[in-house]
Design a binder for this molecule. Structure first.
Ligand SMILES: [Ca+2]
Ligand SMILES: [Ca+2]
Length: 253
């Protein structure tokens, strides 16, 4: 009886720890903007330009967010490794408070980006194109965005866009035939490789993954806590050590 109770407690304890483990499979970089522009998961720290700053409140759990003026502010991250394999994909996830300005890019890579233009929001590939949705209801409020960039030209059959955790029905709503560009080894927040189209508003909890996320994973990110600080990762390591010790102890009961 004593053994069974102990085993049950052990299972509950370890299950709790495991459930607290966030989504880290394929995570490349994570920016909480809670104190600066550093990468909270890896070492791909961002550099701000032209006055890019932080809002001390706002964003996820009012923890502070990136603030861009819509005139020339942007952030750049260099020497980052995206998935460039055939059939592969990269995913970006973030909270966005867009101030409603025309023709703006919250995130851009080479000539592929997310574009707010002419009443639409979605994937752009430098051909005056948008594969996406209406931007109705998106201005001046916090909206959670997840975009899956498949390694190919933007298409409703390969790319995915989620708003507040819900997969959207995207279509080519603007422009000519989308192009495909290989993912570069950098990205921008607030513009793209050719500059301009500066985003005015706030961004928070920016996460980049080197794979396509599932619907369930996107929902998890939307509703769940952010990636833990290193201290939480240490807690996980300690819990595993505890687990091993408990097993040793259990064998002596
Ligand atoms: Ca934050
Ligand atoms: Ca500025």
């Amino acid at each position: 009886m004593k053994k069974i109770l102990f085993l049950k407690l052990l299972i509950v304890f370890y299950s709790t720890i495991l459930c607290a483990v966030p989504l880290e499979n394929g995570l490349i970089a994570y920016y909480s903007f809670n104190s600066d522009f550093s990468d909270d998961f890896n070492a791909y720290d961002a550099v701000g330009y032209n006055g890019a700053t932080r809002a001390s409140t706002g964003g996820f759990q009012n923890s502070g967010a990136l603030l861009l003026d819509g005139s020339d502010d942007y952030l750049k991250v260099s020497n980052i490794s995206f998935n460039t394999s055939t059939g592969g994909a990269n995913t970006v996830s973030f909270w966005m408070k867009w101030y409603g300005g025309a023709s703006q890019m919250p995130i851009g890579f080479y000539l592929q980006d997310l574009y707010l233009c002419a009443g639409y929001f979605g994937f752009n590939s430098a051909n005056s194109d948008v594969t996406g949705i209406s931007d109705s209801g998106m201005a001046n409020q916090w909206v959670h965005v997840t975009a899956v960039f498949y390694n190919g030209a933007p298409s409703p059959s390969t790319h995915s866009l989620y708003i507040n955790g819900v997969k959207q029905t995207i279509q080519k709503v603007m422009g000519s035939t989308p192009y495909y560009y290989t993912m570069p080894d950098y990205f921008y927040l607030g513009t793209w490789s050719h500059f301009g189209y500066y985003f005015g508003g706030q961004l928070d909890e920016v996460m980049l993954f080197n794979r396509a996320l599932s619907d369930t994973e996107v929902s998890h990110i939307y509703t769940n806590t952010p990636i833990p600080e290193p201290s939480s990762l240490m807690l996980l390591a300690l819990s595993f050590s505890c687990y091993l010790l408990c097993i040793k102890f259990y064998n002596k009961i």
